[in-house]
Design a binder for this molecule. Structure first.
Ligand SMILES: [Zn+2]
Length: 86
């Protein structure tokens, strides 16, 4: 049975906040693991990124959304523990 995740296993964002509630699989169904920013048509949108690049990206994104920097640092600390990076 497939496990369902609350947060994207690539960037850590809540899947609820993702456009369409998640990325798309190759067959067009909604991914239960990755958000629409990371995953589309069954593939990662940034396949070459290191975990450090993802952390920088998410920090920037959170800043754009108006979160203070320390919160971005706190949030992105958990990214290396996500499925994609383990
Ligand atoms: Zn994501």
């Amino acid at each position: 049975m497939e496990k369902t995740y609350k947060n994207c296993q690539s960037c850590g964002m809540p899947l609820k906040k993702s456009p369409n509630g998640g990325g798309t699989e190759a067959d067009g169904s909604t991914s239960t693991m990755y958000c629409a920013y990371c995953y589309e048509n069954g593939a990662f949108k940034q396949p070459d990124w290191s975990v450090g690049q993802m952390q920088e990206f998410v920090k920037g994104k959170m800043k754009e959304m108006g979160f203070p920097g320390f919160l971005g640092g706190f949030f992105t600390k958990g990214i290396p523990k996500l499925k994609r990076w383990s």
